[in-house]
Design a protein around this ligand. Structure first.
Ligand SMILES: NC(=O)c1ccc[n+]([C@@H]2O[C@H](COP(=O)([O-])OP(=O)(O)OC[C@H]3O[C@@H](n4cnc5c(N)ncnc54)[C@H](O)[C@@H]3O)[C@@H](O)[C@H]2O)c1
Length: 377
């Protein structure tokens, strides 16, 4: 019988529920070196925590996340609370000698992300950040196609993460607009496409960007007055240059009317090209040069058991994995690392590198000039 991995979960919203499901599913479909158990759930109030814990089958609940930090039983603190709380909770967990799994974006800015990475490294504690789309078997395939040279030298990467959950000006002010949590769409969504760009192509060296706030104030309560000014961006665009010479664009928007989950990129290489769109996350489109004239075109490759981790869920291709299964792959990789397996990426150090690009976009837009990522400490 494998040893338990005792988890304290913070937050029971969209991500808290997804993490709870993932920790349940992972040991059913993967052979793990540890046995994950969420032993306690913390939320904003004891009532919220107890209600969610009952529904999710978590034995203990608390209205104070510090209870998880003080609990010597807990091995790993899993943070799905709003962004502005990530740093305080993660630092307290590290000080208490616990491993930390934190939702993205890790911190409000690169300086705070670096503080967290350094604290974890000093304490020699493993850290994990929830850039789950990197775990999609089709994202892994894209990375393989690049790394193996199948699409040749990467010439360009055009990446975007656009959704429309803030497109309605009637959507009230929420924690996502809290400047104490960092930037707006460029952090919330942009961090995912930056993580993807780094994962598939490599480090970004420099960029020039523009950001914009379209809805400049929002009601505190839907339909009501008073209103609060919006101090973060609604959309951002950057021209980027990668360290390996490739060029490209990164775009993020949470006011992209009609778009629901458009995290996508088009990668152009000297021998072929890749299209990947998480709205169709079980398909990768590949073009390879040298096809017969009149028969040229992209091939649509459906996700299947030949691709990383898919076979754990389904024996047949094109039967579709979803968001929560991708999260289950993420927590499987965390459990592997906690059981002495390969180190997990992205960790806090990589999340800091992603945050440097977010900060560079904001600096470039503010000063209206090209910015080297090295300028961001
Ligand atoms: N990886 C992804 O694809 C993805 C998707 C959505 C959100 N996220 C990230 O997950 C995090 C949470 O987002 P969400 O959409 O689940 O938000 P949410 O608003 O649905 O849930 C947040 C939860 O945190 C709780 N909370 C608030 N204050 C708290 C406190 N002081 N102590 C304990 N709990 C507290 C809330 O009550 C709620 O249960 C954010 O950092 C967000 O960026 C990641």
């Amino acid at each position: 019988m494998s040893r338990p991995l005792r988890i304290g979960l913070v937050g029971s919203g969209f991500m808290g529920r997804s993490h709870a499901l993932a920790w349940r599913i992972a040991p059913l479909v993967f052979e793990l070196p540890v046995r994950p158990e969420i032993v306690i759930l913390a939320d904003r109030t004891p009532e919220l925590a107890s209600q969610a814990a009952r529904q999710l089958g978590i034995p203990r609940a608390t209205g104070d996340w510090q209870d998880l930090i003080r609990d010597p039983e807990i091995d790993l603190v899993d943070i799905t609370a709003p962004n502005a709380l990530h740093k305080t909770i993660a630092l307290a967990a590290i000080e208490a000698g616990k491993a930390v799994y934190c939702e993205k974006p890790l911190a409000p800015d690169a300086a705070d992300a670096r503080t967290l990475a350094e604290a974890a490294e000093r304490a020699a504690l493993p850290t994990f950040v929830g850039f789950n789309y990197l775990r999609n078997p089709m994202t892994r395939l894209a990375r393989e196609l690049v790394a193996s040279g199948e699409v040749g030298e990467v010439w360009s990467f055009r990446g975007i993460h656009a959704e429309d959950y803030m497109s309605d000006p009637g959507v009230p002010w929420s924690w996502r607009l809290d400047p104490a949590g960092g930037a707006g769409a460029v952090a919330d969504l942009g961090s995912h496409i930056i993580a993807m760009a780094r994962f598939v192509v490599g480090p970004i060296d420099e960029l020039v960007a523009d950001v914009d706030t379209v809805v400049t104030e929002r009601a505190i309560v839907r339909g009501g007055t008073p209103v609060r000014p919006v101090e973060v961006d609604d959309e951002a665009r950057a021209l980027i240059r990668f360290a390996n010479g490739a060029t490209g664009t990164i775009e993020a928007s949470w006011i992209a009317t009609g778009r629901k989950m458009y995290l996508a990129f088009e990668l152009t290489g000297s021998k072929g090209s890749i299209l990947l769109n998480m709205e169709r996350m079980n398909e990768l489109r590949l073009f390879v040069k040298g096809q017969r004239s009149g028969r040229e075109g992209y091939v649509e490759i459906p996700a299947g058991p030949d691709h990383a981790d898919y076979a754990a869920f389904l024996p047949a291709p094109a039967h579709q994995l979803g968001f929560n299964e991708i999260k289950a792959i993420e927590v499987k990789d965390i459990a592997m690392a906690m059981g002495g397996g390969p180190a997990f990426q992205p960790d806090f150090r990589e999340a800091y590198e992603i945050q440097r690009v977010v900060d560079a976009i904001l600096l470039s837009a503010r000063e209206r000039r090209w910015v080297s990522i090295d300028e961001i400490g």
